[in-house]
Design a protein around this ligand. Structure first.
Ligand code: FAD
Ligand code: MG
Length: 356
């Protein structure tokens, strides 16, 4: 972990870096570390360097604690214990696992299964967890994996969790980074933090105003050029933002690139979307919704997100010239980067015939 004097573009989809160009008052310090298979950043504004170092350490340890509970890659985590328990058996799990599962199941239900935390067998069959695969899985393997997927098989009550899935298992990769952001965010708030941002691989939540009156300025990355941003939004009052994209995690099978987000309804990796960015009151919800809307696409996704209070979305289709669509609330807050000609289609979120 280190303090950086300069802003740089993190691999994350969204950047806070643009604030540097906006006339700072208090210095902003930045701490970087790796967790959850990605880069994490804690940023805080203020003059007391020792205090900021202390709270950044608290953020780091909170993320590590959550990772220990929710990682698919840690055999002692709640997720791994559930995945290896006999099907139907009830297990006591941490409050973290219960809370993240609650959000995951709610988004699964309200997205009509576009988001599904039991997508693990499909991730496996497409080679995302199994690097030996070189071509598309045969239909029989796909059909078998599909039989093991279904969020309705996850049962949750106050006493524990049980997986009632035929050979199925959990993968919280689409929601748990956001939960980790919320956990760190709340820990720092409890320590009296006022101006800070927690960022786990582009899942961000901000308190206070950062370096500018008005809030933290975050950039929405151009999915076609990792060094470019499409524009900016200002986050205020504990808001969160998350992006799901097709450009950072993928496999190549028989020469075709498949991104890591799978439509559980077809069993196939999603085609046609390059990136989806979601603003939400919590990072866990922003994370789950960005994955759900990446699967659902703008027309269905615009309607799904309308049922979640305080949430907005921006969609970029996987085509050039770039096709960008946004909910009315996102479009109103989004400032395209100077010099970029973006034609943004504003989605009609009313029930009934879809926009575009
Ligand atoms: P998002 O859009 O937020 O999520 C996509 C991910 O969600 C997919 O990778 C898959 O895991 C899952 N998913 C796919 N389709 C769906 C769907 N329809 N509904 C619901 N979920 C879906 N990576 C490593 O390489 N090594 C690690 O040790 C490692 N540890 C991790 C520990 C934790 C606690 C977490 C949360 C992630 C970890 N990861 C690790 C990364 C993880 O494997 C995913 O690649 C990552 O979470 C994807 O996040 P994203 O923001 O890129 O995409
Ligand atoms: Mg997500």
């Amino acid at each position: 972990m280190s303090v950086r004097a300069h802003w740089r573009l993190p691999p994350a989809v969204l950047l806070a870096a643009l604030a540097a160009a906006c006339g700072l008052k208090a210095p902003v310090r930045e701490f970087h570390w790796k967790a959850m298979g990605t880069e994490c950043v804690f940023r805080a504004a203020g003059a007391d360097a020792a205090r900021i170092a202390e709270v950044s350490e608290a953020a780091r340890s909170e993320v590590a604690r959550v990772e220990g509970r929710l990682s698919l890659f840690d055999p002692a985590s709640d997720v791994s214990r559930l995945n290896s328990a006999p099907r139907g058996e009830w297990l006591e799990v941490s409050a973290d696992a219960e809370s993240v599962l609650k959000t995951a199941l709610e988004v699964a239900a309200r997205s009509g299964g576009a988001f599904d935390p039991t997508v693990a067998p499909l991730m496996q069959v497409w080679g995302f967890r199994n690097p030996g695969r070189t071509n598309e899985p045969p239909a029989s393997e796909l059909a078998e994996a599909m039989c093991s997927v279904g969020y309705a098989g996850v049962r949750l009550d106050g006493a524990g969790v049980s997986l009632d899935l035929d050979r199925g298992s959990l993968d919280l990769g689409g929601v748990a980074k956001g939960y980790g952001v919320d956990a760190a965010f709340e820990r720092i708030a409890a320590m009296g933090g006022t101006d800070y941002m927690v960022d786990i691989g582009g899942n961000m939540r901000c308190a206070g105003r950062g370096m500018r009156p008005g809030g933290w300025v975050v950039g929405v990355r151009n999915p076609f050029d990792r060094d470019d941003v499409l524009g900016t939004v200002v986050l205020t009052g504990g808001e969160a933002v998350a992006t799901s994209g097709n450009y950072e995690r993928f496999v190549v099978l028989s020469g075709v690139r498949y991104a890591h987000i799978i439509d559980p309804r077809t069993g196939r990796p999603v085609r046609g979307m390059a990136g989806v960015t979601v603003l939400a009151p919590s990072a866990c919800l922003a994370d789950a919704l960005s994955t759900a809307l990446f699967v659902a696409g703008p027309e269905e996704g615009g309607k799904i997100i309308a049922s979640f209070g305080g949430c907005e979305a921006l969609f970029v289709r996987d085509e050039l010239p770039m096709a960008v669509l946004a909910t009315p609330g996102f479009a109103a807050r989004f400032r395209p980067r100077g010099g970029l000609r973006l034609n943004i289609t504003v989605l009609d979120q009313q029930p009934g015939p879809t926009a575009n």
